[in-house]
Design a protein around this ligand. Structure first.
Ligand SMILES: Nc1ncnc2c1ncn2[C@@H]1O[C@H](COP(=O)(O)OP(=O)(O)OP(=O)(O)O)[C@@H](O)[C@H]1O
Ligand SMILES: [Mg+2]
Length: 295
């Protein structure tokens, strides 16, 4: 190895703390399972297999990310989990119930700002609660608690146009969590934010996740973001979208931005880069591939 290269630990090597945490996660009940998920789109130009036989399970309160190159089917996957689309083959189960459409057990936060511009921040968060038939005063109380959790209690009466991009996404997170979903589905939620805001949103999200009983399925194409946030990372390959590897992140919790330069962090990033950008790895991956289901 040339002397200007860092000697990194193996991304497969886990410290005792990480081993303990991951085995504790494996003991938990399964919240979501995807079994043989395939989605083909038919068009005049022919058939596109966006996803091909995707299998994995997610445990209670796990933070799992899905990464992969553009067009590998990440958004297709999360839309299927959300019940906004139907698989060509396979099944998705949430808490042992098959997904047949959208449901209150899944909350969603997407990249675009999806707040109602004509409603105040507080009323945006109250919206789903009111739809569920909760009284105005109870919904208001809950909304203020959630806004407090995302650090926006002082902005309850502001309108979305008066907020920064990061603040809007924090309201979107509060709005999704106010309905107390089992799973929070996030599709590149910080993709439109500048690097600094994105960093602080990642730390914010981890604090929120630690405080709330929720499982998170997070889509990103940012490798560092996936490592920093997740317990496990599902790496998808493109054309057709398929699981290439599921990585158990060997970085200790609680996470801290200093860890971006730790050996385990860099080793994981290097592995992800080789899976996503280096076609050579695709033919070699068999020997190091892990089971799609946490054993
Ligand atoms: N409604 C649709 N009709 C036809 N093809 C589609 C449709 N939706 C997605 N696709 C195709 O499926 C594949 C996966 O698309 P998808 O949007 O899920 O990718 P992605 O991983 O989210 O990409 P990005 O990182 O750019 O967001 C692409 O080839 C896309 O063109
Ligand atoms: Mg997408």
């Amino acid at each position: 190895m040339p002397n200007d290269q860092l000697e990194l630990p193996s991304y497969l090597h886990h410290t005792d703390e990480v081993k303990r945490r991951l085995s504790e996660i494996r003991e938990r009940p399964t919240v979501m399972s995807l079994s043989g998920i395939t989605r083909r789109f038919e068009s005049a130009e022919g058939s596109v297999t966006a996803l091909d036989t995707i299998d994995f399970e997610v445990r209670s309160r796990e933070f799992i990310s899905v990464i992969g190159p553009s067009g590998c089917g990440k958004s297709t996957l999360i839309r299927l989990v959300a019940g906004l689309d139907t698989p060509t083959a396979g099944e998705i189960w949430i808490d042992n119930q098959p997904v047949t459409g959208p449901g209150a057990d899944r909350g969603m936060v997407f990249q675009g700002y999806t707040l109602f511009p004509w409603l105040s921040v507080k009323r945006n968060v109250m919206f789903g609660l009111r739809m569920k038939g909760i009284s105005r005063s109870a919904a208001e109380k809950k909304a203020l608690e959630w806004l407090d959790l995302v650090g926006l209690a002082d902005f309850a009466d502001h309108y979305p146009a008066q907020l920064s991009g990061g603040m809007k996404q924090r309201v979107a997170i509060a709005r999704a969590l106010a309905n107390e979903p089992r799973i929070l589905l996030m599709d590149e939620p910080f993709g439109a934010l500048d690097a600094q805001t994105r960093c602080s949103m990642q730390s914010h999200l981890l604090k929120i996740w630690e405080a709330v009983d929720v499982t998170i399925l997070f889509i990103t194409h940012d490798l560092e973001e996936a490592i920093y946030l997740s317990d496990r990372i599902v790496v998808l390959g493109a054309h057709p979208g398929r699981v290439m590897e599921i990585i158990e992140v060997p970085v200790a919790r609680a996470r801290h931005p200093d860890q971006f330069l730790s050996g385990h962090f860099l080793a994981t990033k290097k592995r992800l880069e080789s899976l996503i950008y280096d076609p050579e790895t695709h033919s070699k991956r068999g020997s190091e591939r892990m089971s799609p289901v946490a054993a």
